[in-house]
Ligand binder design. Structure first.
Ligand code: FAD
Length: 560
């Protein structure tokens, strides 16, 4: 039996004689009748899967280079010491200590997935004194890939070398140290004012929720805490937010975007819209203004790069193997199975549900809906098509809601111009236009913790019922007229999103197009994020950090 593992996990240790450094089993392991489930990753998706899994019929092996779960929505707060790094992490071994499920954890990273042979190749983080045993192979019956994503640099020169990212706990800790470093550096005696200005110029690239929240946190940290202890820095410090699009927070309601831009302007955060970063050097960041093409070079002291996510290299390699080139994430079906594999699942930021199929044969959809073969669809028929599509693809529903199209008549009006409700009929061309508008917007579910954790929970529920449905395969009816499937497909339930804007103000866009902005929403944010903590320990730590910050301010010591 493998050390530290309660079940009979098949773990193959590296052998010095093997051709690729990784070899088959050194000694035969006792054969377990339980199905072997391998989970890659201990982020939102992997952890919510593990938390909900309660069937004793699996041997579960969890592989991740970090032995903890991190509550990423509070990472921006860690960058400025509003909460401490240790308060937002929970050891994965604590989380998986369950009485009735055999789960063991290996702190290692997977570097290759071999789905044909049902194996994953892993390498331990502990490279010292392992005598070539740091690599091993794990076999599986079911594989759950939840490896997340990497920051997207768009291959911009200099970004990897000179920018900070905000993806992991270590990134947030590094940013915190760098901010204080820069204040100390700028206080040294023999610097020119020009140099002080450069060192205290903090540039945030990307006006999405993370970039905006970080800029707001930094503004509060500087104005509420640092200025008091570095009074001479007051005239030199500056925060700039660069956004390539026309607005920041452009996935939010316009009222929130407008409020955030106006608040940042009042706070003195320089928001440069339509500014695309083309190059970063050790002291300057070069931007190109959209439209005019004018380039500007901005001297900086620290840059935080937050422009969305790209593909994990191991996932990219796996996608190449299975013919899913030119995608950002692994395509799965609606049951989260990687296309072409019945026993490989992908969830969270590394996956995307392939929703294009519905649009592949647009004429077939039209014909099916056109019951009287008239060549036109009535409002009612079109409504049925859309209801069907919404049932399969929750993101279409979300899109319609976001566009404030409470019903399909609005969509038809957009496709046909402002026509009175009763008289609307669509021919195939108009039908295509109406659907392609929706289609172009329903690319992916957002890459959020909310999606990842709902997927983890959904999949665990499927696994919990796997044995039961194997004996009774006639599952629920899938969709009207499309037969049955063992499980209902995954359906995302959007619970709303927050955008903290600093100064104890937060914006929230909640289901039903309810928008709320201000101090009271900040209290809603506090209560939601406290309640969402993964354990009572982290909940207590986070709440006590917030209280400490209210009473004493943030800690600005260099060792923090
Ligand atoms: P992750 O949580 O990133 O987990 C990936 C896991 O895979 C990690 O455990 C990692 O160690 C592991 N891994 C990596 N490489 C390997 C490998 N080679 N082998 C094995 N394991 C590996 N979402 C929200 O809904 N609300 C928010 O307010 C919010 N705020 C955010 C703030 C920040 C600063 C960031 C960075 C993200 C935020 N998100 C938010 C997004 C959210 O964090 C992600 O969508 C979510 O973490 C995705 O979950 P995941 O499990 O797919 O990936």
């Amino acid at each position: 039996m493998a050390y530290g593992c309660s079940g009979g996990g098949l773990v193959a240790y590296a052998d010095a004689n093997s051709s690729n450094g990784v070899h088959a089993l050194a000694t035969p392991e006792p054969v377990s009748k339980k199905k072997k489930v391998v989970v890659l990753g201990t982020g939102w998706a992997g952890t919510s899967f593990l938390k909900k899994l309660n069937s004793p019929s699996y041997d579960v092996q969890v592989i991740s280079p970090r032995n903890y779960f991190a509550f990423t929505p509070l990472l921006p707060s860690v960058t400025c010491g509003t909460v401490e790094a240790r308060s937002i992490v929970e050891p994965i071994r604590n989380i998986v200590r369950k009485k009735n499920v055999d789960i063991c954890f290996w702190e290692a990273e997977c570097f290759k997935i071999d789905a044909e042979n049902k194996k994953v190749y892993c390498r331990s983080n502990q490279n010292a004194n392992m005598n070539g045993k740091e690599e091993f192979v794990v076999e599986y019956d079911y594989l759950v890939i939840a490896m997340g994503a990497r920051p997207n640099t768009f291959n911009t020169p200099g970004v990897m070398e000179y920018c900070n990212f905000l993806k992991e706990v270590e990134d947030a800790q590094k940013i915190r140290r760098s901010v204080i470093d820069n204040f100390e550096k700028a206080s040294l005696p023999n610097l020119s004012d020009e140099e002080r200005k450069r060192i205290l110029h903090f540039v945030v690239v990307g006006g999405g929720p993370t970039g905006v929240e970080f800029a707001a946190e930094l503004h509060d940290f500087v104005n509420e805490d640092l200025i008091k202890i570095y009074p001479s820095a007051k005239d030199f410090v500056k925060i700039t937010l660069l956004e390539a699009a026309d607005h920041i927070l452009n996935m939010f309601d316009k009222r929130i975007t407008d409020f955030a831009e106006e608040k940042f302007r009042r706070d003195g955060i320089d928001v440069k819209l339509g500014s695309m970063v083309v190059k970063v050097s050790d002291k300057d960041i070069s931007t190109k203004v959209r439209g005019s093409g004018e380039t500007t070079s901005i001297p900086y002291g620290m840059v935080v790069w937050s422009t969305g996510i790209g593909t994990h290299p191991v996932i990219r390699d796996f996608m190449r193997q299975i013919g899913q080139n030119n995608r950002r994430a692994l395509a799965t079906d609606e049951w989260l199975r990687v296309e072409g594999f019945n026993n490989v699942y992908a969830l969270g930021d590394c996956a995307t549900i392939n929703q294009r199929k519905v649009m592949e044969d647009i004429s077939a959809i039209f014909k099916k809906a056109d019951k009287d073969n008239s060549g036109t669809l009535t409002v009612k028929e079109f409504q049925e098509v859309i209801n069907d599509i919404c049932e399969r693809y929750p993101q279409v529903e979300l899109y319609l809601k976001n566009k404030k199209m409470r019903n399909i008549v609005d969509l038809l009006k957009e496709a046909k111009g402002d026509v009175a409700k009763e008289s609307i009929e669509l021919n195939i061309e108009e039908f295509k236009t109406a659907l392609s508008e929706v289609d172009s917007q329903m690319k992916n579910l957002p890459a959020t913790a909310q999606v990842a954790s709902q997927q983890g929970t959904y999949l665990a529920n499927c696994f919990n019922r796997m044995e039961e449905v194997e004996n009774n395969p006639e599952g629920p009816l899938r969709f009207r007229g499309e037969g049955r499937h063992r499980f209902r497909p995954f359906r995302y339930k959007h619970l709303g999103q927050f955008a903290p804007l600093g100064g104890e103000q937060t914006a929230a866009q909640l289901p039903g197009d309810w928008v709320s902005i201000g101090h009271s929403t900040q209290w809603l944010w506090y209560s939601v994020y406290a309640s969402k903590q993964v354990s009572w320990r982290t909940r207590a730590l986070v709440v006590s950090d917030w209280t400490r910050r209210f009473i004493f301010g943030r800690d600005s010591s260099r060792t923090a």
